[in-house]
Design a binder for this molecule. Sequence first.
Ligand code: SF4
Length: 260
Amino acid sequence: MLLPSEYLGRQGPLAQRVTDFAPRKQQMEMADAIAHALERETTFVAEAGTGTGKTFAYLVPALLSGRKVLISTGTKNLQDQLFHKDLPVVREALDIPVTAALLKGRSNYLCKHRLTLAEQDAHIESKIHIRKLRQIRNWAIKTKAGDTTEIPEIPEGDSIWPLVTSTSENCLGAECSDYNDCHVVNARRLAQASDVVVINHYLLLSDMVIRENGFGELLPIADAFVIDEAHQLPDVASNFFGISVSGYQLNELVTDIAGA
Ligand code: SF4
């Protein structure tokens, strides 16, 4: 069997399939080091400068490893790019039957139950909201994944999304009449069954918190994790595990102490 670096070399399949592909020494070394770490089930940390081609450097060994690998990116945009662009290129070049899934947090998937509720809600009088609900319904009929990024006209953060997506508090779970065809449930099932799952740091840490508190799990059990853009992980982690104190709270505390 070829080493990952050979797949990324001058005569390798990526050079033959990708236009303007240029073999890079650091990329090849990084790929072999990652393969070694996967085999030994150990940790490997690399700081790869721009132009190293780190995405291919971890995708090649991850796909070749035959293990269940979770790849986490810093942002959802990069998550989409990795899943829809880079991963298919590498998978096709390696010509191996690796299954892959994209998994995001539940607020990124249409909730069919809540869409119906929103359409029936007599309090929704805003014409803009009614128009957006129609747009969402037209899309809901066609979409397979129910990923909200499939409607670019309604951007992330739009006030309509909380009305038609779910939270763990308002989801009906197995009691829901749409459960068998629920986008959140389907995305999680697909992630369970796939060899490679592309997630983001936010979901990775949410899963850690939920597991720690004994409330279940969001992610499938994996053999290995690839943390891309790991420099962003501490910031995201501080949102989950950190404690924040505002200037106002500090001021109150000092005032209380001074008055005691
Ligand atoms: S199971 Fe939950 S997320 Fe899925 S459609 Fe029903 S309420 Fe929405």
